[in-house]
Ligand binder design. Structure first.
Ligand SMILES: N[C@@H](CCC(=O)N[C@@H](CS)C(=O)NCC(=O)O)C(=O)O
Length: 205
C-alpha cells in the first residue's frame, strides 16, 4: 500500500492509523502548490480528486476520503482494536469520524483557502469554535471521544487540532482539547508519523 500525503494535512490521520495498526505501507509526498509527487509525477494522474489523502492498494485500486481510509485500516487490522468492532459503539465512533470530517475539518477548509474573502474569515472561525465547543464539553467528561477507549476518531481530532495555530486560534482556549492532544501526541505511532512527515513531535498546535 502507498499513502499519498502532504505534511501535516488531513492525510496525517490515515498515516498515524497505518502505524497504529502496524501495517506495511509506503509514503509518497505531494507538493501542495504544484500537485506533483516527490517523484515528479502529476498527482491528479494518481487521484483525479487532486487532494490528499489517497491510498493506493497493492492491487492498484485507489481509496480516498479520510474517514473511509480510517475504516479500511481498521478492517485490515481488527486485532489493533482501533474502532469498536460492532454494535452501537461502532456507530458512535463513526458518528465522531463524520462530525470531525464534515463539521470540524471542513470548517477549516475555507479558512485555509487563499481565495476566501477576509470578510468570511471571522464568521468562519466562529463556526469552527462552536463545533469545537461540542468536543471540548465531551472531553471534559471523558478521556477519549469513545469514553475510556482510544480510537481512530481521536487520531482524526488530533490531526485537525494541529491546524488551530495557523488560524490565530490556540488550543489553550480549550483545556480539554489541549489535554487530549497532549495525550495523543505521546503515542509512539503519532510521534513516528510526525517525525517522518518532517514535523515536530512535540508541537501539538
Ligand atoms: N473529503 C476529503 C477532503 C480532503 C482534504 O480536504 N484534503 C486537503 C488537505 S487536509 C487537501 O488536499 N486540500 C487540497 C485541495 O483541496 O485541493 C477527505 O475527507 O479526504
Amino acid at each position: 500500500m502507498k499513502l499519498y500525503y502532504m505534511p501535516g494535512a488531513c492525510s496525517l490521520a490515515p498515516h498515524i492509523a497505518l502505524r497504529e495498526a502496524d501495517l506495511p505501507f509506503g509514503l509518497v509526498k505531494v507538493d501542495y502548490h504544484s500537485r506533483r509527487t516527490e517523484h515528479d509525477r502529476d498527482y491528479r494522474e494518481v487521484n483525479p480528486k487532486g487532494y490528499v489523502p489517497a491510498l493506493v492498494l497493492d492491487d492498484g485500486q485507489l481509496l480516498t476520503e479520510v474517514s473511509v481510509i480510517l475504516q479500511y485500516v481498521d478492517a485490515l487490522a481488527p486485532d489493533a482494536a482501533l474502532l469498536p468492532a460492532s454494535g452501537m459503539k461502532r456507530f458512535r465512533a463513526l458518528e465522531w469520524l463524520n462530525y470531525i470530517g464534515t463539521e470540524i475539518h471542513k470548517s477549516f477548509s475555507p479558512l485555509f483557502r487563499p481565495t476566501t474573502p477576509d470578510v468570511f474569515l471571522k464568521p468562519g472561525r466562529e463556526q469552527l469554535k462552536r463545533r469545537l465547543a461540542v468536543v471540548e464539553s465531551h472531553l471534559h467528561q471523558h478521556d477519549y471521544l469513545m469514553g475510556s477507549d482510544f480510537s481512530l476518531a481521536d487520531i482524526y481530532l488530533f490531526t485537525v487540532c494541529r491546524w488551530l495555530g495557523d488560524q490565530e486560534l490556540s488550543l489553550t482556549d480549550w483545556p480539554a482539547l489541549l489535554r487530549h492532544s497532549g495525550d495523543i501526541a505521546t503515542r509512539h505511532a503519532v510521534r513516528e508519523a510526525l517525525v517522518s512527515e518532517g514535523l515536530s513531535d512535540t508541537d501539538v498546535e
